[in-house]
Design a protein around this ligand. Sequence first.
Ligand code: AMP
Ligand code: ZN
Length: 489
Amino acid sequence: MALEVFNTLSNRLEPLQPLEDKRIRMYSCGPTVYDYGHIGNFRTFVFVDLFRRFLRQSGYRLDHVMNITDVDDKIIRNASQRGVGVREYAEVYERAFFEDMRMLSLQKPERIARATEHIPEMARLIARLERKGFAYRTEDGSYYYRIASFPEYGKLSKKDMSGITDGARVDVDEYEKDNVRDFALWKAPKPGEAQWQTEIGPGRPGWHIECSAMAMEYLGETLDIHLGGEDLIFPHHENEIAQSEAATGKQFARYWMHVRFLLVEGQKMSKSLGNFYTLRDLMLKGHKASSIRYLLASVPHQKQLNFTFDGLTQAAHAVERLRNFKLRLETGHFPAGDTPEINALAQSTREKMRVALEDNMNTAQALAAIFDMLRESNAAADAGKLLRGDVEALQPVLQQFEEIFAVLQDDDAEKTRQVLEWARAEGKLADDTAALPKLSKEEVEQKIEQRQQARRARDFVRADTIRRDLEQAGIILEDTKDGVRWKYR
Ligand code: AMP
Ligand code: ZN
């Protein structure tokens, strides 16, 4: 078996065959840094991270570029409302984005490219398009892409291009499907707006040209994979194809992968519905970064992910079970020897996880395999039948799992503390207890038991970490000679 991915361009599953054996050139659309990232954004970014990790686990060398859109209509509007420069404005949210990436254990792509640092490359690409007759300049000094000159326009979004009006234009960065028009490549300067002096004159780039210019700058004229959320299929990615392929005469990206939009409680997330959550909102409500990552990772990227608070609680339990299992393997006492059943279970779980992810990244199936293993191994351990050799066979399976899912390492309390600190500094907290993680009685008792186990195993670092986690959650522990007593602060 080999990795198969669903390609939006061909509209079917295809075996992934990179241009160069074992090397992948990949571009994913990054954030527009005009605000804090929301969980919909992070559904896409978590998927890109899982995919990255799996490609590396499968032995590919990765060249992955992600852009930071630090100039666009929204940033310009917000910056001017706040009375600051575009760079000054975007910087805050760019930094926040990197912190959020760390919260969610997202690996950094090999290269991060800021739009404002690639303006000359964009201008050069526009000049090339104009020379070839695919772009035209308007009187004010703006440039537009002439879509009638590119007969393949619509091949990604499967949009029927008959009936388009040659010369009808749209100059906003984002627009709807029924608005197929010549789109802005370059916008002439407006008073008070950021502008750059370039070989095609003064002004600023449109959003779509950014990604074409930066992707080709670092990855060459033909990339293997291009990824993003499904909202980007039209117009953004359709326009990227038109710009790049018209300029080079070559295929731009061979595989296009898109992540289905996340819904919240069954509805599209929106500020007006009150169901709009940034990562930070959720962490300030006491939800752990690991639960959020797990929940976003648990639904395959082309399936509908309906975010609910129940789902988030279940995700927290799932992570807790996995961590408990890992701890049990690390600290339990197991007799010498091994059993063929557990060894076979370990091998088949490794295989099942790999096969699941090779199937267009079926994360749900991979999780099902690891939980089957956990159940059977726990049952064996409960019956006193798990042996030391078995443990040694199971641990690498957890390792293989962790390389992709990255939720076993427990640094949640520290991450929550950092978000709290940020919120306090920003004056976003009504009172200090508002953001305490809410642990149920069962969860507290489970944690206390884990701490006792750690102490018995003389793992005092772990025991101390658990005590601090509990403190952070507003739980006060008292060690008495009759055992541990606790209360909510
Ligand atoms: P933006 O910062 O708006 O450019 O979006 C960054 C990434 O998040 C893009 O790949 C979008 O497609 C993706 N995205 C935005 N909203 C959602 C959502 N509700 N579900 C999944 N992905 C989303
Ligand atoms: Zn893009």
